[in-house]
Design a protein around this ligand. Structure first.
Ligand code: BTN
Length: 234
């Protein structure tokens, strides 16, 4: 396991560094882990605060066949995170669509999946593990927290990284739709959809076969969302 992991104490962003390694031919399964990031990147151009104590991991995936649908890679990564957290930390985390990992109603992990040349993907995962709450970005609607502050137990980052890499190897090689559906916390509830300048309330019914969030608007019409954000704050 350790032979395919590069560990560094600090970098700007493990995703940025692994993207440049991918362009120079790094192999599928290559992993890069940093102790902290000075410019951690999140979805939608946001930053991801990455102080010491968290797990900042990027994984290079070169699928042998193109993925069945665009959402399947990031969904597989979200399922892998939940499986690893249960095995190592003993917590049952869930997924806020698309791929925020939630425990105790707080965001404990974010995932940023980026494409690289040659049909490759760099999957970046940031887990707030032993990170003090005061150092975390609380800009999400649920707020962020570290596993240590939520459970009172500190986690061995090396053990978590090994379990996460094994879970990624497994989940990226199979269909995770049913597991994603059962881990998803966003269905069966009313929420607010934020899409560009648009914002409206709707009822989230289910996850469709392409990982879209099926919503029912108040006029009774249904549609599947494949991008944008949702908030449980109405
Ligand atoms: C989000 O919540 O918007 C996604 C956050 C993704 C953060 C991880 S940390 C490891 C990797 N490197 C980055 O710069 N970002 C991802």
């Amino acid at each position: 396991m350790e032979e395919r992991i590069i560990r560094i104490s600090e970098t700007y962003s493990t995703n940025s560094l692994l993207l440049s390694m991918a362009a120079r031919g790094a192999q599928s399964g290559q992993v890069l882990i940093a102790g902290r990031q000075s410019g951690g990147r999140g979805r939608m151009g946001r930053s991801f605060l990455s102080p010491e104590g968290g797990l900042y991991l990027s994984y290079l995936h070169r699928p042998s066949l193109p993925p069945r649908c665009p959402g399947s890679i990031t969904a597989a990564a979200a399922v892998a995170v939940c499986l690893a957290l249960e095995r190592v930390c003993g917590i049952k985390a869930g997924i806020k669509w698309v791929n925020d990992i939630i425990y105790g109603e707080k965001k404990i992990c974010g995932i940023l999946c980026e494409t690289a040349p040659g049909g490759a993907y760099v999957i970046g995962i940031g887990v707030n593990v032993n990170t003090p709450a005061a150092e975390l970005d609380s800009l999400t609607d649920v707020g962020a927290a570290g596993i240590l502050s939520l459970t009172g137990r500190s986690t061995d980052l090396r053990a978590l990284s090994h379990e996460l890499i094994s879970a990624l190897d497994d989940c990226l090689g199979r269909d995770c739709l049913e597991q994603y559906r059962s881990l998803c916390l966003s269905t069966g509830r009313r929420l607010r959809v934020l899409r560009g300048k648009e914002s409206f309330e709707a009822f989230a019914e289910s996850i469709d076969g392409d990982y879209g969030l099926v919503i029912r608007r108040d006029d009774g019409s249904r549609e599947s969302l494949f991008f944008g954000e949702i908030s449980t704050r109405l």
